[in-house]
Design a protein around this ligand. Structure first.
Ligand SMILES: Cc1cc2nc3c(=O)[nH]c(=O)nc-3n(C[C@H](O)[C@H](O)[C@H](O)COP(=O)(O)OP(=O)(O)OC[C@H]3O[C@@H](n4cnc5c(N)ncnc54)[C@H](O)[C@@H]3O)c2cc1C
Length: 625
């Protein structure tokens, strides 16, 4: 398969086979004879898919087809300019998911953006670079039986992926933990003074120690100026820009196709005892013609925590009752598909009124943003290189006791003593409704957002219908754990924010607002007459009315040793099925205490190494025969 082609491809006739009226082939041999074939067919060009496609196609003898439901990312300005990522929300490059009504959140349906373009969610995310806590991954190995996925196993891949650019103004980075020669650019981007000298200093004033680098084995605890995946030209360094660069896209053995939405995996259930994945079926639009491709070696699902379980279910892998409800023939029963969904929930932003000119809210006006845009276009510098989530404190809720709390304190649900269960992000602008709502009366706003990092509540992704173009039913089941631990953690987060808000370092950047004790007013709780007197009930009601996702769903095809409660084994192979793997956030056995892009990339890198070693061993064995 060495024909010349130009990636990304858009016409399926150039790389796939139209489906016959008779439907997909039933055996491997027929698929091999009748369909266009590739060694590996990867479904989804997101964080994991881009890395796998790059690494597997490094071997010229291996052909790889990467199928992406969305479009080409490379011309999308809002994806390139770091500060503009919220402009991608609700647009054509977003899956625009909504959860079902959340009982604990005033029966609201929560908006879940997910990237639908090459690069997946890494082409629209907030670019916060984070290894998370060592014990998060050690727990995968020791508690969840996922041997081979501890932090020490992943760390070499974190380093191999990364090209870290040090900043002379921030020297406290230990280079032994960081990569210098990888493809993925990380470093420091534009930091606002209110975060640096206000928020970060205030956190230290209230006893949260400074942590100059949250990406070491010491873990995340402390307050940090976030490192980002933004390159030296001030542009987003996504998994697509890093791993599917123009040079990589020229490889003759790599095929990258856009607007190809995989509708199911095709199996051979006749030739072997266990079903064998032999290819995939896809469409370019709802109701459009169907196409097929053959996977000579494997299909690898990388569609993310919402779409991967949907694809598995549509392919007949999942709970038999659910499959029967949708008249989908069972290929392999597995009750864990679509279960164990865990997400990071935020209380919503606590808004503080900042002094004029101290925040980036002015950039929401096109006229006022023009000089910044020119600066970015000419020099790749300036406030547009800000990633919004520019600073954060990682803390343990169990370290705090608040006399105002009626609830008993939260129990420790962290992965270890050096791991957090709470994050407070500091952002130099009003982050309301995912950045959609402009600040009131042109105000300057600093947002503090507490996030529960280690939820006990878990939910599901289930099918709405057997049409792949119908979104699945997403029910994260927020704040549903029996002992209300998740709620208690978030309440502690809010009380910590109230302390930070009062700290002298931060106050220097803020200005007062008229006193208002009505929790439904714009500036509450910043506007309250007595912060210590704010009741638990008011905080809970306020949070339930406004809480939103921090966009980190995981676990819906989780990894584990047995099919009783997991979907894939330690080599990411779907239990009970041949030649089918999953690699994306859905395989996390448990939620990690931070931002997941770097871990997902490292996991995909590790898997690609293992696959390539397997291929090399096969080749040398057959050469000896
Ligand atoms: C708004 C936002 C902000 C975030 N901020 C951060 C951050 O600052 N730092 C951080 O570390 N993480 C952040 N994240 C999370 C991070 O981006 C995701 O966890 C990560 O990208 C998930 O990787 P993935 O490979 O599982 O899926 P994705 O990256 O979402 O990729 C899945 C890909 O598969 C494609 N696909 C799905 N179904 C099909 C199908 N049937 N056929 C073909 N293609 C398909 C999708 O279109 C997509 O391109 C953020 C996420 C969002 C949405």
């Amino acid at each position: 398969m060495n024909r010349r082609h130009r990636n990304p491809l858009s016409d399926p006739l150039h790389y796939a086979t139209p489906q016959l009226h008779a439907g997909p082939p039933a055996t491997y041999a027929t698929a091999q004879r009748t369909l266009r074939g590739y060694d590996y067919v990867i479904v989804g060009a997101g964080a994991a898919g881009c890395v796998l496609a790059n690494q597997l196609s490094e071997d010229k003898n291996i052909s790889v087809l990467l199928l992406e439901a969305g479009g080409d990312h490379s011309k999308i300005l809002a994806s390139k300019i770091p500060l503009m990522f919220p402009k991608l929300f609700h647009g054509e490059n977003d899956w625009k998911y909504f959860t079902v009504e959340q009982r604990a959140l005033a029966s609201r349906r929560l908006y879940w953006p997910r990237g639908r373009m090459i690069g997946g969610s890494t082409s629209m995310n907030a670019m916060m670079y984070h290894h998370c806590s060592k014990s998060d991954f050690d727990e995968w190995a020791s508690v969840h039986g996922c041997e081979g996925w501890s932090y020490d196993a992943l760390a070499p891949y974190l380093r191999r992926m990364e090209k870290f650019t040090p900043n002379p103004g921030r020297p406290a980075i230990d280079s032994q933990h960081r990569g210098a020669d990888g493809k993925w650019h990380t470093g420091y981007s534009w930091l606002s003074e209110i975060s640096d000298k206000g928020f970060v200093a205030a956190c230290e004033e209230v006893g949260i120690p400074a942590n100059p680098d949250v990406n070491t084995t010491r873990g995340s605890l402390g307050v940090t100026r976030f490192q980002t995946f933004i390159d030296s030209k001030g542009q987003r360094s996504s998994m697509a820009t890093a791993f599917l660069s123009p040079e990589v896209l020229q490889r003759p053995n790599l095929y990258v196709a856009c607007h190809a939405q995989v509708t199911r995996v095709i199996f051979d259930t006749l030739s072997t005892k266990e079903p064998t994945a032999i290819g995939v079926e896809f469409q370019t639009s709802r109701g459009g013609p169907r196409f097929e491709v053959h996977a000579k070696r494997e299909v690898i699902l990388c569609g993310g925590s919402v779409n991967t379980p949907q694809t598995l279910l549509l392919s007949g892998i999942g709970p038999s009752e659910e499959l029967a409800d949708h008249r989908i023939p069972v290929v392999q029963e597995n009750d864990a598909v679509g279960k164990n969904l865990k997400d990071h929930l935020c209380t919503t932003a606590m808004l503080c009124k900042a002094k004029s000119g101290k925040t980036l809210d002015y950039l929401s006006s096109t006229v006022q943003a023009l000089p910044a845009l020119i600066q970015w276009m000419l020099f790749g510098k300036g406030p547009l290189t800000n990633n919004i989530g520019e600073a954060a404190a990682f803390i343990r809720s169990t370290d705090y006791r608040f006399p105002q709390s009626l609830e008993s304190p939260a129990e420790d649900n962290t992965s270890g003593p050096t791991a957090p269960d709470l994050e407070v992000i500091g952002a130099p602008m009003a982050f309301i409704h995912h950045g959609e709502e402009a600040p009131i009366n042109g105000s300057n706003v600093f947002s503090m957002v507490p996030i529960s990092l280690r939820p006990r509540s878990s939910g599901t992704v289930t099918l709405q219908s057997r049409d792949a173009f119908d979104p699945p039913i997403i029910d994260p089941n927020y704040l549903s754990d029996q002992d209300n631990n998740d709620l208690k953690v978030l309440l502690a987060g809010l009380r910590v924010c109230l302390k930070i808000m009062r700290s002298p370092a931060f106050q220097k950047f803020l200005e007062p607002v008229p006193v208002d004790d009505d929790p439904s007013s714009y500036w509450w709780p910043y506007s309250s007459s007595d912060i210590d007197a704010i009741s638990e009930g008011d905080l809970i009601r306020w949070m339930k009315e406004k809480a939103f996702t921090l966009y980190h769903p995981v676990g819906t095809a989780r990894m584990g040793p047995t099919p009783d409660n997991s979907v894939v084994d330690m080599e990411c192979r779907v239990h009970g099925v041949n030649r089918l793997r999953v690699m994306d956030a859905s395989i996390f056995p448990e939620q990690i205490s931070g931002h997941p892009t770097a871990p997902i990339g490292a996991m995909a890198f590790k898997l690609s190494d293992e696959i390539r070693k397997g291929v090399a061993a096969e080749v040398s064995a057959s050469a000896k025969l």
